[in-house]
Design a protein around this ligand. Structure first.
Ligand SMILES: Nc1ncnc2c1ncn2[C@@H]1O[C@H](COP(=O)(O)OP(=O)(O)OP(=O)(O)O)[C@@H](O)[C@H]1O
Length: 250
């Protein structure tokens, strides 16, 4: 089977710093892949290159067999790449409902532009309610998004990503700020999302990574240090060294 996502020689420098350095990466449709690595390893920069939020210094990104390297982020969203970011991208003054409505509307307009049927207010409401139900925020639909607890804002971003009905959902540290009980529900949610989408998950919480990921990619200093199943990664001495080295430095 052809991979859904492929990067070749993908690189991005900031001044003299090679934040992402010659990364060859591929992801099969239907996978839940975790990307882990010490702080500053280049994980967020890598997924920003994949979704088009920043441009590469060198290398290419292809999605579903087509080169998307020069496509702006919004065109990649149309191809099916959705992302939620560490730096919260919600509109604080809008309600939870209206934030998700922006994503649903985007998907419905896109569908209509491609020759699909026009949508009604009921379609929009149904799409929003479904996304909020899935992340467990339906009871907070009327609250201003900025008044949600930090962890709930992260879940709202997941709902906004889901509402786009993506083929690839990129989650950047989604469990940060969630309680243990919320993390449990989140694990279930990602498993359910993975029935209909491929998931690329940046995550520091190792129990979450081990519970969800089929394969794990470990980044260090901008490059891929190791890749394998959770068991292979757990016992990989280079990985252990990278983490211990960081702990000693930090
Ligand atoms: N816009 C930027 N300008 C300058 N340097 C940057 C920029 N973005 C990232 N960097 C640097 O690139 C390196 C990789 O950062 P990145 O955020 O991708 O790492 P990360 O693995 O996601 O880290 P964390 O786990 O802490 O989120 C870091 O040294 C960071 O300081």
């Amino acid at each position: 089977m052809n991979p859904l996502l492929v990067t070749r020689g993908l690189s991005r420098s900031f001044g003299g710093l090679r934040a992402v350095d010659d990364v060859d990466f591929s992801l099969q449709e239907g996978e839940i892949r975790a990307v882990i690595g010490p702080n500053g390893a280049g994980k967020t920069t890598f997924v920003s290159l994949v979704c088009g939020r920043i441009a590469p210094s060198a290398g290419s990104v292809s999605f579903d067999g087509r080169d998307v390297t020069r496509l702006p982020a919004h065109r990649r969203v149309k191809r099916g790449i959705a992302y939620t970011f560490q730096i919260t991208s919600i509109f604080a003054n809008l309600s939870v409902f209206d934030n998700v409505a922006l994503s649903v509307q985007r998907r419905l307009i896109d569908h209509a532009e491609r020759g699909g049927s026009r949508f009604s207010a009921a379609d929009l409401r149904h799409g929003v309610e479904e996304a909020l139900q899935r992340v467990g925020l339906h009871e907070r639909a009327d609250q201003p998004a900025g008044k949600l607890a930090y962890g709930h804002q992260r879940l709202l971003e997941v709902a906004m990503g889901l509402a786009l009905a993506p083929r690839l959902l990129i989650l950047d540290e989604p469990t940060q700020g969630l309680s243990d009980a919320e993390i449990e529900s989140f694990i279930k949610l990602v498993r359910e999302i993975a029935q209909s989408a491929t998931v690329l998950l940046i995550e520091h919480n190792m129990p979450v990574v081990m519970a969800l990921a089929g394969r794990i990619t470990v980044m260090n200093a901008g490059a891929i240090l190791a890749e394998g199943t959770p068991d292979e990664i757990r016992t990989n001495s280079a990985v252990q060294h990278a983490y211990l080295g960081t702990a000693q430095d930090g």
